[in-house]
Design a binder for this molecule. Sequence first.
Ligand code: G4P
Length: 529
Amino acid sequence: MTDHLAKAVARRRTFAIISHPDAGKTTLTEKLLLFGGAIQLAGEVKAKKDRMQTRSDWMKIERDRGISVVTSVMTFEYGDHVFNLLDTPGHEDFADDTYRTLTAVDAAIMVIDAAKGIEPRTLKLFEVCRLRDIPIVTFVNKMDRESRDPFEILDEVEEKLALDTAPMTWPIGRGRTFAGTYHLADNAVRRQDSEEEVTKVNGPEADSAAGLLPENDRDTFIEETALAIEACRPFDLEAFREGHLTPVYFGSALRNYGVRDLINALGKYAPQPRAQKAGDRLVKATDPKMSAFVFKIQANMDPNHRDRIAFVRVCSGRLQRGMKARLSRTGKTLGLSAPQFFFAHQRQLADDAYAGDVVGIPNHGTLRIGDTLTEGEDIVFEGVPNFAPEILRRVRLEDAMKAKKLKEALQQMAEEGVVQLFSPEDGSPAIVGVIGALQLDVLKERLRAEYGLPVSFETARFSVCRWISAENDVEVEKFINAKRGDIARDLDGDAVFLASDGFSLNYEAERWPAIQFAHVKEYHPQKAA
Ligand code: G4P
C-alpha cells in the first residue's frame, strides 16, 4: 500500500495557469486538454469563455452553474502523469478566488504575450505565487505574430519579477517567419509544422535550424542562439523547485506549438505534490492517513439540487468514496459518500483520490473555505488567505421584515467566499466587503434568485479594512475599547479596524504603534466560533 501510495503521488502534477487577460490562457488550456485527450474538439473552452464576456451573460451562467464549474478543475492524463489543472477566474474582480486557488497548486505556467511582455495582472499573480515559492514554467506565447526580441523578454522577466530565467528553447524566426523552436540544451529542433518529438540536429551551432529561415535571418538566429547558450543561465532543477528560476519556452498556443514542451516540462521538472504545513506539523503527501483542505466552494452547481460543492485538495493519504472524515473546525464526522472528479465536460464519482488531486464534495453548507478534513487527526492546514476588501457596503433590504433571513443568507455567502462579512461591534447592520464590484453584482443576483431577497447597497462610512493584532492581547483590547464604533468582527470572530480612508488608517497606526494592521489574513478556521 505504501508503495502504491508513493507511486500514485509521484505521478501527480497539480498546477494553474497565470497570465494577463488576452495572453492566451484559454487557448493554452484548451490545447493542454486536447493533448490529454480530455476534450475532442478545440474551441469548446473558448466557446464558453465568449459567452462569459458580457456581464448579463455572465450572470446567466452563474445561475446555471453547471457550465462555469466544469473548468474549476480539469484532470487529464498524459504519458505517465496525472495532471490536475486548476482554473482561475479571468476577471480581476474575482482575484481573491484566484489567490485561494493558487494555495492548492504545486506549480504554475506563466503565459506571456510575446509582443507585450510582463503585464500588470501577470505581475500581481506572480507575486502571489512567490509568497508560496511556487515553481513557475514560462511560456512566451504568440510567436507567430510580431513579437519583441526574446532577450528583451527574458530581461523583463528577470527585472520585473526578480526571477532568474533559463531559456530552454529558442524561437526560429518570429511572426511570419516563425518556423519552430531550437532546443538549446539538446541541439535539437522542433518544426512549426510538426508536433512530433524533436529531431536531433547534426552539426554545430544550430546551423540546420537556421536552414528553416529565409537567408537574411539566418545569421541573426545563429548569433542569438550562440549568445543564449553562452550568456543565459542553464536550467537548474533545484533553483526552479525553490521558485528562483523559471525555464522559458517559446511557442504559439493558437497553432498548437510548444504545448507539448510545457506538458513535458511539468511532468519532468515540476514537483510532485508538496508537503503542507499544519501548525508545527509538516504533512507529507505520502503520509498514509488522508488529509485535505477546502479552497473553493461553489453553490447550486446543479439547479435541481440546491447543493454546494466544496473543492478540496487532497494533501496526503487516500481519499476513498464512502470513508468518514473529521472536520477539524467542529470536530464532527462527515461521510464522504459522493466525492467527484471533474473532467473537461463531465464529473464522475471519485472512488480513490491521492495527494495533489482535487475532488468536489457535495454538502449542504457543512464545509467552509479553509476547512481541514482528516482521517481523525486534529490538524488544521495553513494558508488559505483572506485579503482585505477594497469595497465596503451595507446591504439595504427592500423588505425590512426579512432581516433575519438576510443575516443567514449573508453568512452563507461569506462561508462560500462570495463576499466577506463584518459585524460591527456597536451592533449596527453587517457590512459586506469585496475586492471587485462584480462580486457585489453576484451577491445581489444570488440573494434575489436563491433567497428571494431583493437588496440594494449603500456606501458605508468606511472604505478601508484591516485585521488588527498585537504582541500582547491587552493592547488589542485597549484599542478595541477606544475605537468600538470602528471595530467589526469577521466570520471567524477576528477583529478588524474600519477606517474612512487611508489617511485616517495611517493616523491611527501612528498613534497606536503596538497594533499591527494587516491587509492579509491567513485563514485559521480553528478560531471560528
Ligand atoms: P486569455 O484566456 O488569456 O484571455 O486569452 P485567449 O486564449 O482568449 O486569447 C486571446 C486572443 O489571443 C484570442 O484572439 C486568441 O485567439 C489569441 N491567441 C492566443 N494564442 C495565440 C497565439 O499563439 N497566436 C496568435 N496569433 N493568437 C493567439 P481573439 O481575437 O480575442 O479571439 P478569436 O476571435 O481569435 O478567437
